[in-house]
Design a protein. Structure first.
Length: 386
């Protein structure tokens, strides 16, 4: 098949979507498919990525709230790009305006919406959850739910990478939802990468001895990741225990997070590690991964930690929660620093032991093989009326 992904949030500076797209461009042709990614950018450009893979950028404005990204603003030009590619299957990678543009494309080509974002969890539930129940928030955001239901009717499949998101959308009346958990990069994340010397260096960086407990956090320094809450939880847990946190990330909340740390020598913020092998070594050398975001659609960092044999401390909602199941970690009450702090204490003191022999995440190759097989079955079925 020729699969075209209309990806509204692809940034050359990295992020989960970029990692996913890079894997798709590499693995899609290996699985016998042609992959084209259409993305907004500064210029109209075609970037060849090897046989059967390319990125087509459409000149578009920068996103005003985050200049690392662009957004599609010319629907006829996007439709013309789709016409020129003549795909067998189309994906949209964002539930916002670009998905509606893809839904309105007139050609009778099957299409799927891949939920790389969960706006209700990232914004509505986070902003108003302390005051209102989710049911009340959902009623207040009924227009967005109507939008999601319309997309469900327009797309042949709404692809969700976490069980909680798939169930919540289905319960909310969004049709055609399907669960396709993502995978990890094959051969990279393994317990064999654990390095006692690296662990010792990171503990020293946190002003702790080798018998301390090393937590690692990975992700953008942005509000929905809730790093200030994680910092508070680690600070509380470390009052009576030798616990350190190394946070790998960059973003617009860095100044606030450093203020929250307030000189605590046991918590350090480091730049993201772009070398994947070095990153896998850092991750495998930690004693546990801690995450704060309940709006993850999958949580790649937690999946990679599981593959390294590193237990996870994660919120009980969103994609991250899936990775604590089966004894792979501990889930705490989302957004609650006290609950997160207690989960940290329970893990490092062995009050809630984790299991080493937990099911491993699938590889990205497995993920795409299953997803594209699903797409192929959709192309063989009679096309639904719009």
């Amino acid at each position: 098949m020729k699969i075209v992904d209309v990806c509204a949030f692809l940034s050359p500076q990295g992020g989960g979507v970029k990692t996913y797209i890079e894997q798709k461009l590499t693995l899609g042709p290996q699985l016998g498919h042609e992959i084209v990614v259409i993305a907004p950018g500064d210029h109209d450009e075609v970037i060849e990525r090897g046989p059967g893979a390319k990125i087509v950028t459409i000149a578009s404005p920068r996103f005003p709230l985050d200049r690392k990204y662009w957004y599609f603003d010319d629907e006829p030009k996007l439709h013309a790009a789709l016409d020129a590619e003549a795909p067998d299957f189309v994906e949209a990678s964002s539930p916002w305006r670009s998905a509606s543009m893809v839904a309105r494309w007139a050609q009778p080509v099957p299409r799927a919406l891949v939920m790389h974002a969960d706006p209700l969890s990232a914004y509505a539930y986070r902003w108003f959850g302390a005051m209102l129940s989710r049911e009340t928030i959902d009623r207040r955001f009924e227009r967005f739910w109507d939008h999601l239901r319309e997309l469900g009717e327009s797309f042949d499949q709404i692809v969700c990478a976490s069980q909680e998101l798939q169930e919540r959308l289905a319960e909310g009346g969004v049709p055609n939802t399907a669960l396709h958990p993502m995978g990890i990069e094959a051969g990279l994340f393994t317990p064999a990468r654990r390095d006692p010397a690296v662990r010792r260096e990171l503990l020293e960086l946190c002003d702790l001895p080798e018998n301390g407990h090393l937590l690692i956090g990975v992700g953008r320094l942005s509000p929905e990741k809730r790093w200030p809450m994680v910092v508070d939880a680690v600070a509380a847990a470390s009052r009576n225990l030798p616990i350190g946190l190394v946070l790998l990330g960059a973003g617009r909340q860095e100044r606030r997070i450093l203020g929250q740390i307030s000189g605590n020598p046991h918590i350090r913020v480091l730049s993201p590690e772009r070398n994947r092998t070095k990153f896998a070594t850092l991750l495998a050398s930690a004693d546990a991964l801690i995450h704060g975001c309940e709006a993850e659609t999958f949580c790649m960092a937690a999946a990679e930690a599981r593959a390294c044999g590193v237990p996870v401390i994660v919120p009980d909602r969103g994609g991250a929660a899936d990775h604590a199941r089966g004894g792979a970690g501990i889930a705490y009450k989302a957004g609650n620093a006290l609950s997160a702090s207690q989960a940290i204490v329970d893990m490092v003191t062995g009050q809630m032991p984790v299991t080493a022999n937990v099911p491993q995440p699938v590889t990205m190759e497995d993920h795409f093989a299953r997803l594209f097989a699903d797409y192929a079955s959709i192309t063989r079925a009679p096309r639904r009326a719009a």
